[in-house]
Design a protein around this ligand. Structure first.
Ligand code: IVH
Length: 674
């Protein structure tokens, strides 16, 4: 084999291994390390290699699986009318406010007639019928342009290929949701796993993955369902006057619509429906994540129109986080970047809010005690949106006889250092500091992460190896690595080694805000790091800032100020920073006129009277952070006087000079300037 061919064979093997590894993280461990886009890149690279060198294809290559994530190659379809999204409501008040807005716009005193429908958790689809025949099906895409998936949708049994009756426009578009029923999802996953294929995370992913198959024969074996929820573009025809009548009309043509739909009157009726559906939700055979309320009259809908990308006449009222019960099998303690030990529940896998959950946080020991949770208990697991699932408490009912208490380890599970629980604090910490491989590993993971120095290619496994081998003990030592040294590590071929070296090179040029964030100072996230960078303009003044100076900055309270000051007091941290700078990490100097670019640059404010939300000093510091000057006396040059309770003579002087006067609300608006 020539050198190049050998290289390529090695790269293909590497990619296969990486993809298989990430498949497991995603589908089995429910804990992906890389983004979907990064995964797609790996898969695309492998596909490209294999298509150029078919001899590299092996039967168990991830590209040979049915259900690969790559699904380009569908023709584009431009929607005649854009496919919009919905405004969301969460609390009862959001629903009532929506109803108020509707009544105001429509100038209606009494109750509004609403159509209420479950918000199905699948994917939106547009079906175009001509002369009663299904002509074309398209995904929503970005709302303007979708993908044509007619061949696949034709295999969805509940989508009629020809309509019953004859009362339909010559051409019209039905919009609705393709989804997978929960029992179908579970059976499909079983089948996939049995035949060695990847399972899906949740019914929605299963529906999306199945619909976006390039081979309709595969889609045909996937149990997809469909409910219509609206009318899209239509040719000339007499149409029903209400949303409820549209859905009944669809039903009459043989187009499936959700049987849970109902007409409700006013905010009270809507709220009652929402509660009833929330209660029924777990018993429905498909996942829903809320209820959609639509003004029933189509003429009223037209009068109300749209704002941004959503209709004014509809609201998606979401459900609160979903909860399920399952068995707590064991508890592990994970060590974070700052040494904090987090108890993680290992659970009997359970589907919560459409996602299979097998790990959930127990937060800390105090929470465990407060909730009285023991290993072997049945526990309630909650998941809201994309947040980490958590154990909320013990499920009701008798306790099993053989449960065990959960004990905080006295030594760190990673490095054996003493574990310390500060008096009055919930968090227990490993005292190992940089001796602890977990803390070093987490610090590095944070340092390379996207919002920090964004060093591509340094995945968890490589970092683990770098730390355990002692090659990298702190972030500055990353920059000692080069392709040659990197190639020695597991699964790092010459090409990846070169890519990693390039990524390190690119990361040397960064911004001050990213650099500050990357340092991993406790409680200094992306936003605070940005405020600090903007305020100080350079690293030196930040390193020497007192707690008092720090506290005056936006997003920085006393606790964070203390963490920052302590961080820079620590000689070791200063050494690492010096080493990073010596390794060539740099950022553009602030432009001379950076101050002028700040939102309140060139303006002067005078504060008088007592503010309720903050002290005058804090208000002054925050105005300054936005580039404003804060003066002690009012002149014609004053941009505005900010007057709190019991203002002094400054207020009368402002009035005399005709200087604008702002109250505390006005100050809030100023401080929100970006
Ligand atoms: S109506 C202009 N009704 O929710 C109104 N949408 O956030 C457009 N969805 O992409 C949608 N169930 O996929 C409507 N009963 C329902 C729905 C529903 C689910 C989805 C739909 C859309 C998204 C909007």
């Amino acid at each position: 084999m020539s050198g190049i061919a050998a290289d390529q064979a090695r790269r293909a093997a590497e990619l296969r291994e990486q993809i298989t590894y990430h498949d497991r993280r995603y589908y089995v461990l429910d804990d992906p390390e890389i983004s979907d886009a990064e995964y797609d890149e790996l898969l695309a690279e492998l596909q490209q290699l294999e298509s150029r060198h078919p001899e590299l294809i092996v039967p168990d290559s991830p590209t040979q699986r049915v259900g690969g994530a790559l699904a380009s190659g569908f023709p584009e379809v431009r929607h005649q009318l854009p496919m919009l999204s919905l405004n969301n409501g969460f609390a009862e008040e959001d629903l009532r406010a929506f109803d108020r807005r509707v009544r105001e716009r429509l100038e209606v005193q009494g109750e509004i007639d609403y159509m209420a429908e479950p918000k199905l958790d699948g994917l939106a689809i547009s079906l175009l019928y001509r002369n009663g025949q299904l002509l074309r099906a398209a995904t929503r895409g970005d709302g303007e342009t979708g993908e044509e998936v007619t061949g696949n949708v034709r295999t969805v049994r509940s989508v009629p290929l020809s309509l019953s009756g004859s009362d339909w426009p010559q051409e019209f578009e039905v919009r609705g949701e393709v989804f997978m029923r929960r029992p179908d999802f579970l059976r499909l996953n079983e089948r996939l796993l049995e035949s060695g294929e990847r399972g899906f995370m949740n019914p929605r992913n299963a529906a999306a993955g199945s619909l976006r198959q390039l081979d309709p024969a595969v889609t045909a074996r996937r149990p997809l369902s469909f409910f219509a929820y609206g009318l899209g573009w239509t040719a000339e025809h007499v149409l029903p006057h209400t949303q409820s009548a549209v859905l009944d009309w669809f039903a009459g043509m043989g187009i499936p619509v959700c049987p849970e739909r109902a007409r409700v009157q006013g905010a009270d009726g809507a709220f009652a429906y929402h509660q009833a559906m929330a209660e029924r939700r777990a018993r429905l055979p498909y996942d829903i994540d809320g209820v959609v309320f639509k003004v029933n009259s189509r003429e009223a809908q037209q009068r109300m129109g749209f704002v941004a990308r959503a209709p004014r006449w509809a609201l998606a009222q979401k459900f609160p986080a979903e909860e399920r019960t399952t068995l707590l099998l064991s508890v592990d303690f994970q060590v974070g970047r700052t040494g904090a030990l987090t108890p993680v529940a290992r659970l009997d896998p359970v589907l919560v809010g459409g996602v299979m959950v097998s790990n959930a946080t127990l937060h800390n020991m105090a929470e465990i005690e407060r909730k009285g949770i023991r290993i072997g208990d049945r526990v309630i697991v909650r998941r809201a949106g994309d947040v980490i699932p958590e154990v909320v408490g013990r499920a009701g009912g008798e306790r099993m006889p053989e449960t065990q208490t959960i004990e905080l380890p006295s030594v760190c599970p990673e490095c054996g250092s003493h574990v310390e629980q500060e008096e009055g604090k919930a968090v227990a910490r490993c005292t190992g500091g940089l001796v602890c491989p977990a803390q070093r590993r987490e610090a590095l993971r944070h340092f390379v992460s996207r919002k920090a120095l964004d060093i591509e290619g340094f995945g968890d496994r490589l970092i683990e190896q770098l730390v355990t081998s002692g090659a990298v003990n702190n972030p500055s030592e990353l920059f000692r690595l080069n392709a040659e040294r990197l190639e020695g590590f597991e699964r790092i071929g010459p090409k990846s080694a070169r890519n990693l070296e390039d990524a390190l090179d690119r990361a040397r040029e960064t911004t001050l805000a990213r650099f500050i964030h990357a340092l991993g100072i406790r409680e200094v996230g992306e936003v605070t790091a940005r405020s600090l960078a903007e305020h100080f303009g350079g690293l030196e003044p930040l390193m020497h800032a007192s707690e008092a100076t720090l506290e005056a900055i936006r997003d920085v309270g006393p606790v964070v100020a203390k963490h920052i000051a302590h961080f820079f007091d620590e000689p070791h941290n200063r050494e690492v920073i010096e080493a990073l700078l010596a390794a060539g990490v740099h950022w553009p100097r602030p432009e001379a006129n950076a101050a002028e670019k700040r939102p309140l640059a060139g303006r002067t404010y005078v504060l008088t009277g007592a503010l309720s939300a903050m002290t005058r000093e804090e208000a002054g510091a925050r105005l300054q952070a936005l580039g404003a000057k804060v003066a002690g006396s009012v002149s014609k040059q004053t941009s505005a006087v900010i007057a709190g309770e019991n203002p002094g003579s400054k207020l009368s002087r402002a009035e005399a000079l005709g200087v604008p006067i702002l109250d505390e609300g006005g100050l809030r608006a100023l401080l929100a300037s970006e």
